[in-house]
Design a protein around this ligand. Structure first.
Ligand SMILES: [Zn+2]
Length: 219
């Protein structure tokens, strides 16, 4: 499998991400937090000194072309297709009970969850080969596909950010985006603008619509 285009060459992402080219580009709102250490490690190869206690939860996609730059004894990690945490709220509750105050949500370009309709037949076939009844396999994939499919990785990340902010109001969420071609983290512009404007209020009427019944959808 080849790597996708670098995101600065891909028109889908033009003007939608904030680059962090030098450590000075790390925004003030993440200075002195575990998110800054993650950005320094990923973009500038600065080794993270594990504190011996969990400082961060990192939620990212199952994507095999991306490896996290973290040592043991530093962060909890939840990897799920698309990086969204729908169905993992119990894990999140556990992590929060361990004293974690920051959650990095790392989306990425060329995510397989933007291609679920093409992948669905072979996914159902894989389940049939595992011994599932064909009808059951197809129904399962059809049902789950509706939940996992996304058209655009950055919009899906924003949608999930709003959903999680509504469910978990105290913890700090840090939406980030990794470019698979250069393995560097970027900040979604929609989030950066919110933070700079001081208007990170999720009750803002201009927010993307997240229906209440979508807030907590357990498996
Ligand atoms: Zn993915």
């Amino acid at each position: 499998m080849t790597l996708p285009l670098a995101i600065d060459l891909d028109p889908r992402y033009h003007g939608r991400l904030v680059d962090i080219e030098t450590p000075k580009d790390i925004p003030d709102y993440w200075k002195g937090t575990p998110v800054e250490n993650l950005l320094l490690a990923q973009n500038f190869n600065k080794k993270i000194d594990a504190a011996g206690k969990p400082e961060l939860l990192i939620a990212t996609c199952i994507e095999f072309r991306y490896a996290l730059p973290i040592p043991s004894m530093y962060a909890y990690v939840i990897r799920r297709a698309s990086c969204r945490l729908i169905g993992s709220e119990f894990s999140l509750a556990y992590v929060l009970s361990r004293g974690v105050d920051y959650v990095a949500m790392i989306g990425h370009n060329d995510c397989g969850m933007t291609k679920v309709p093409e992948a669905a037949p072979s996914m159902a076939e894989a389940l049939v080969k595992e011994g599932w009844h064909r009808d059951r396999a197809e129904e399962f994939i059809r049902y789950q596909a509706a939940r996992y499919t996304m058209e655009d990785e950055l919009s899906a990340l924003e949608h999930e950010y709003i959903r999680l902010r509504r469910l978990f109001k105290r913890v700090h969420f840090a939406p980030l985006f990794v470019c698979l071609a250069d393995q560097r983290l970027y900040i979604p512009k929609w989030f950066h603008d919110r933070m700079l404007s001081g208007k990170d209020d999720i009750t803002d009427s201009k927010e993307p619509d997240v229906r209440d019944e979508e807030l907590l959808t357990l498996m």
